[in-house]
Design a protein around this ligand. Structure first.
Ligand code: G6P
Ligand code: ZN
Length: 549
């Protein structure tokens, strides 16, 4: 057995995992013992993993931390590490590998869509044997362990070669370096009708595609699937080389941060544009004449699910969305006689429903879409789902059915849930908390007596979720103001920021007549009502949002 040394340490404050693991500035993780403490706290709290998957989005500090995980993990009983080559595993690929290889868990190194590099963010997240993020009971245990930690253990081994595929044996444990992409591509091929998409691409040369990897982790996955498998030209890819600092950009697929893609899609009249975030779990879909909101995207995929072989074979067991996500998918569920679950923000809340076979397709307004093929949201999955649907519809109608047509057809069937989100980033935490306290104290009667442009309030609450499977209760998940016409305004503080507080305001209105308005125009009166109800400017000093999606 390899020799193990015990290092004396002292607890750090604030090692409490948020919505998606522990996220902090790189320099915080570089504080002596800080990272080691957190890794040791994971091993102290989770069911002892023997086989552990390790990988991440390629950001700055990742390979150093992988070496630490191997040393500390080996000293804590891990006998088999499965690591993506050069440490690279997208978040969905990590979930896929954990499941496929029946690992006991995985550690994913990412701060998702947050910028990377020495001055920016890093993150560490634990996933369970089902491939999904650790539930709160486990992350609370990690936090508790971090507060009591006095020492950590590490195996005394020299750094592992992360570039050499194959198994490296040590005394008492082994490290297996796997190709980062293969397992994931094989799974994707089982899910979708690749043959149909290939044929559609050949027969429809006017259909053009542009995928932007934002220099995050998905470049190699996109290349293998879109170019090598489906036959799109190499020129369909941009920013597809993973970089430690994402080329200085903000690897978040939305209209603000993926502006390069947005401009090219508009300028070159591209039929289908798509992007994914730093770690590959988010996605954005658009065309030169339409922007698909994530809430509409998941609803559309659910509506057309049967043309995707995975759902055709397995059936669709149920649908779900996070609370702030628009209710478009609820309408699809009602039409198909399916249950639609409403969970708090955070992909981890979908996992129990999937494990219990109650949920097949789900999504979040925060550019997250996915299914029960893994236990993370999956950017490439959503993009290929769209291609599968476009190819199928085009074959059915014997003409190109593009993004805009698909959406307009959908609205014709269901009406449209207009949706927008206003983000106020890096605001003073105290002010933001006071604003939320004030909102929590709101009463329906008080709102009813005010006039918000004629909107009548029917319900106000602070969202609380009882998990239908394990009965765990999660409270204080966002203040909902619901109006008599089913319009909603939701106020929430982000759980993923690393600096100050981020206030999110989500606004939604249903319309079954006028479905082609500009969303900002359609929602303006509700935006004004939201600002009035929250007194946002008074509490935070902010006049304009940082990002509107
Ligand atoms: C991450 C999680 C998502 C969540 C999103 C927004 O991407 O994986 O499940 O919806 O963060 O979280 P936030 O708390 O910042 O609104
Ligand atoms: Zn992500």
């Amino acid at each position: 057995m390899v020799s193990v040394r015990t290092v004396q340490t002292a607890p750090f404050d604030g090692q409490k995992p948020g919505t998606s693991g522990l996220r902090k500035r790189v320099k915080v993780f570089q504080t002596p013992h800080y990272t080691e403490n957190f890794i040791q706290s994971i091993f102290a709290a989770v069911p002892k993993p023997r086989t552990l998957v390790v990988g991440g989005d390629g950001r700055y500090l990742m390979t150093d931390v992988i070496q630490k995980i191997i040393r500390i993990g080996a000293a804590n009983g891990v006998t088999h590490f499965i690591v993506g080559r050069n440490g690279i595993l997208s978040t969905p690929a990590a979930s896929c590998v954990i499941r496929k290889r029946a690992a006991d868990g995985g550690i994913i190194l990412t701060a998702s869509h947050n910028p990377g590099g020495p001055q920016n963010d890093f993150g560490i997240k634990y996933n369970m044997s089902n491939g999904g993020p650790a539930p709160e009971s486990v992350t609370d245990g990690i936090y508790k362990a971090s507060l009591e930690l006095k020492e950590y253990k590490e195996a005394e081994v020299s750094p592992v070669d992360l570039a050499a595929l194959g198994i490296q044996k040590f005394d008492g444990f082994a490290v297996e370096i796997i190709d980062s992409v293969t397992d994931y591509v094989e799974l994707t091929k089982e899910i979708f009708d690749f043959e149909l998409i290939r044929k559609f691409r050949q027969q429809t040369p006017e259909f053009t595609l542009l995928f932007d990897g934002l220099n995050g982790v998905t470049g190699p996955y996109a290349r293998r699937i879109l170019v090598d498998e489906l036959g799109f030209p190499e020129s369909s890819l941009e920013q597809c080389t993973p970089l430690e600092d994402f080329g200085g950009g903000h690897p978040d697929p939305n209209l603000t941060y993926a502006h390069k893609l947005v401009e090219r899609v508009a300028g070159e009249k591209i039929s289908f544009g798509a992007a994914s975030d730093g770690d590959g779990d988010r996605n954005m879909v658009l065309s030169h004449d339409w922007f698909v909101t994530p809430s509409d995207s998941v609803a559309l995929i659910a509506h057309h699910a049967e043309c995707i072989p995975y759902f055709k074979n397995k059936g669709v067991h149920g649908l779900a969305r996070s609370m702030p996500t628009s209710c478009a998918i609820d309408r699809v569920a009602a039409a198909k006689g399916l249950q639609c679950y409403e969970v708090p923000t955070g992909w981890k809340f979908f996992g129990n429903l999937m494990d219990a076979n109650k949920l097949s397709i789900c999504g979040e307004e925060s550019f997250g879409t996915g299914s029960d093929h893994i236990r993370e949201k999956d950017g490439i999955w959503a993009i290929v789902a769209w291609l599968n649907i476009i190819a199928h519809q085009s074959q059915q109608k014997a003409k190109l059915v593009d993004v805009k047509h698909l959406m307009l057809d959908f609205f014709k069937t269901y009406g449209r849930n207009y949706f927008t989100r206003y983000d106020y980033e890096d605001v003073d935490s105290a002010g933001a908390s006071k604003m939320m306290e004030q909102l929590r104290a709101l009463k329906k009667q008080a709102l009813e007596s005010s006039d918000f442009g004629g909107f009548k309030v029917s319900h106000v609450d602070d969202f609380e979720y009882t998990d239908p499977i394990d009965a765990s209760v999660t409270s204080k998940q966002g203040v909902r103001v619901i109006f008599a016409d089913s319009s909603r305004i939701i106020f929430r503080l982000s759980g993923t920021g690393s600096q100050g507080a981020t206030v999110r305001i989500y606004i939604e209105r249903y319309d079954d007549k006028d479905v082609e308005l500009d969303a900002q125009v359609a929602l303006r009166p509700l935006v004004l009502a939201a600002l009035e109800i929250s007194k946002l400017e008074q509490f935070t000093g902010r006049k304009v949002p940082t990002v509107i999606t």
